[in-house]
Every structure is written in structure tokens, then in C-alpha cells.
Design a protein around this ligand. Structure first.
Ligand SMILES: *[C@@H]1O[C@H](CO)[C@@H](O)[C@H](O)[C@H]1NC(C)=O
Ligand SMILES: *[C@@H]1O[C@H](CO)[C@@H](O)[C@H](O)[C@H]1NC(C)=O
Ligand SMILES: *[C@@H]1O[C@H](CO)[C@@H](O)[C@H](O)[C@H]1NC(C)=O
Length: 319
């Protein structure tokens, strides 16, 4: 019995076409390009239309060129790979496939706790890795942040807030998502501070010598402003006066100063200041017979101008 093996001489044919290869970072990617050809075909490879040289140490070519291995895949290896088989007969055969790096999102730089000042602007970073490039969104407490003209998510994934408002205070996290997974950043707390501002200035009062008088000063800000009083430029020490009490509460703090203003004439003068929530320090300057308030917190000092209508004077009627 005789066995005849016939090889038909023909142009090469690619029997296993290239497919898209999803490769994980630092893993090996392999393209297979199975060729049927007689005489044996020369197989060459290209990446993004540039020939891959057989001596290029970046690649390993096996099985007479039918296998291309890309070891330890990197971001820079993404692209289109083609194999071209030619045996000198007819047209060369060509097949192409893409290399797609696949990588679950990772957060490379988390946002951090921040203290912001009202009306300023801020950028909360959220630097991510992942392939395909993850989509970034932000959540505040448990709600997805809706972007608008004031709040936007930058190309880098950072959250940009313009014209910061009190309501922007809260807990934030960024979320990175692609087809391979989802990851949340650590939650961060954003505190919003407001400069001390005096809401209510002491009013000018005419009082009888020996009587009692109350001067009011209402301030706002975050942190809660503290209110101090000055008399003729000197701090009024409440302990030196006949009566002093402080009632701080979460939302409201009130400071009552009962002070003996002019000890020599033994007149009792009551100065009172009020603090409202989220607020810092106020100072009232009692210059000669006029008082001026200043509210002070870590952010800013606001001094009410000593204009005639904004000062509080305590005047005494003659005996
Ligand atoms: C990747 O290819 C290199 C070189 O051929 C080999 O040494 C290594 O074991 C391969 N790694 C994996 C995960 O297959
Ligand atoms: C951020 O603030 C929160 C709450 O105020 C706190 O629990 C957390 O430890 C802070 N994180 C950092 C990194 O300081
Ligand atoms: C201080 O001003 C705030 C805001 O106008 C007001 O709600 C609060 O009642 C005032 N407090 C006092 C003690 O006047």
C-alpha cells in the first residue's frame, strides 16, 4: 500500500484568526495566528502598523511565527496587532486583533479631610488607575452628587466646588467604575467655616447713674465666635464684675456680662452679648461713652465701624 500525501501549492491561509486579547497588567498576552500554507509561509507581526522585529526583546515569537507572546503587559502595549503570512504565491494573508489591558479600578490618591471657607473654591482629588479608564462619580453622604454650574467632576476625576456654601459640609467619597469592577475611596469630611460677623451691634443708650443697662451684641460664624467686650480699649474681665454667666448650648450660646463699668461712681452697667450657632468671637469696644463690637474667629475679624449710628454709647444723666 502506498500513501500519497499531496501538498497543493497555494497562497497562505490563516486558519485561526486573531482575536481581541484582554490582558491583565503584568500578565502575559498571547496572540495565535495559525497558518495553513505550502510552501511554508513567512509570518511577520505588526503593532499599530509598525513591524515587530524578530530580535525585539519586548516580544517572544514561537511556533514558526504563529504565536506572539507579550510578557508582563503594560499600559503602553495596548494597540492593534496583526500577523501577515506570505509564501511568495498570491496575496499575503492578514489577520488583526486588539490587545486590551484589563484592570479593575484602583484609587491611587484618595481625597483628604478639608476645612473650607465659605465663598472660596476647592478641588477634592480622586486619582485612579484602571483599564478601561474608570468613570468617576462622587457621593455625598449616600447620594450621588449631581453636577451643575457650581459643582463639577474634572477630567482627572477630581471634584471641583466653586463658591462654597455652608450646605457643602458633609462626608464625601469618590467612586471609580469600569467593566471589571467598582471601588470606593475612603470617606472624607468637609468642614465649611464662615468668618465671624456681627449681626447685632449695641445700641446707644441713655441711662441714669446708678441704674442698670444691657448692651447686646449678636455674632455669627463657624467656628462659633466668642464674644468679648472692651471698655475704653481694655478687655472687660467678667469675673471682676458683680455677676457673670455663660450658657453655651449646641445651637446657641449666650454670654451675659453684668459689669460695674465705673466703679468709682458705683454705677452698675450690664453688658450682654449673644452668640448664635456656628459662630466665633465678638468684641465690643466701649470708648469713653461709645461701644463698638468686633466678632473674631479663626477665619476673620469683623469690626463694626465706629460710625455714629453703629456705636453704642452709655451716657449718664447728671444727678
Ligand atoms: C510569561 O512569560 C514569561 C516568558 O515566557 C514566562 O517566564 C512566565 O512564566 C510567563 N508568565 C505567566 C504568568 O504565564
Ligand atoms: C477625617 O475626618 C473624620 C471625621 O471627622 C475622622 O474620623 C477621620 O479620622 C479623618 N481622617 C483623616 C485622615 O484625618
Ligand atoms: C442673633 O441673630 C440670629 C440671626 O439673625 C437670630 O436667629 C438670633 O435669635 C439672634 N440672637 C439673639 C440673642 O438676639
Amino acid at each position: 500500500m502506498k500513501i500519497f500525501i499531496f501538498f497543493s501549492i497555494a497562497a497562505p491561509r490563516i486558519t485561526t484568526l486573531l482575536e481581541t486579547v484582554d490582558a491583565s497588567l503584568d500578565h502575559n498576552a498571547t496572540f495565535i495566528c495559525e497558518v495553513d500554507s505550502y510552501p511554508q509561509a513567512d509570518i511577520t507581526w505588526t503593532r499599530n502598523n509598525y513591524p515587530i522585529r524578530y530580535y525585539d526583546s519586548r516580544y517572544i515569537i514561537r511556533e514558526n511565527g504563529q504565536m506572539l507572546i507579550i510578557p508582563n503587559v503594560k499600559d503602553s502595549d495596548n494597540g492593534e496587532y496583526c500577523c501577515i503570512a506570505s509564501n511568495g504565491i498570491g496575496e499575503p494573508a492578514k489577520s488583526c486583533g486588539a490587545l486590551q489591558l484589563k484592570m479593575k479600578p484602583q484609587i491611587k490618591r484618595h481625597p483628604t479631610n478639608m476645612t473650607l471657607i465659605v465663598e472660596s473654591k476647592a478641588v477634592l482629588p480622586c486619582l485612579t488607575l484602571g483599564y478601561p479608564k474608570p468613570d468617576i462619580s462622587w457621593i455625598k453622604e449616600d447620594d450621588l452628587i449631581k453636577v451643575n454650574s457650581r459643582i463639577s467632576v474634572l477630567e482627572s476625576g477630581s471634584l471641583k466646588i466653586n463658591n462654597i456654601k455652608k450646605e457643602d459640609a458633609g462626608q464625601y467619597r469618590c467612586v471609580a467604575r469600569n467593566s471589571f469592577g467598582i471601588v470606593y475611596s475612603k470617606p472624607v469630611t468637609i468642614e465649611v467655616q464662615a468668618p465671624a460677623r456681627i449681626l447685632k451691634v449695641p445700641k446707644e443708650k441713655k441711662v441714669q447713674i446708678g441704674s442698670e443697662v444691657t448692651l447686646e451684641c449678636n455674632a455669627t460664624g463657624n467656628p462659633i465666635p466668642s464674644i468679648t467686650w472692651l471698655e475704653n480699649g481694655n478687655t472687660v474681665n467678667p469675673l471682676l464684675y458683680t455677676h457673670f454667666s455663660l450658657f453655651p448650648t449646641f445651637l446657641f450660646a449666650s454670654l451675659l456680662l453684668f459689669l460695674l463699668a465705673l466703679a468709682l461712681r458705683s454705677k452698675l452697667i450690664v453688658l450682654s452679648s449673644h452668640l448664635t450657632v456656628s459662630e466665633s468671637r465678638a468684641q465690643c469696644v466701649h470708648v469713653k461713652y461709645a461701644s463698638v463690637c468686633a466678632a473674631i474667629n479663626r477665619i476673620q475679624t469683623t469690626i463694626i465701624p465706629q460710625a455714629a449710628d453703629r456705636t453704642a454709647a452709655i451716657r449718664f444723666k447728671p444727678y
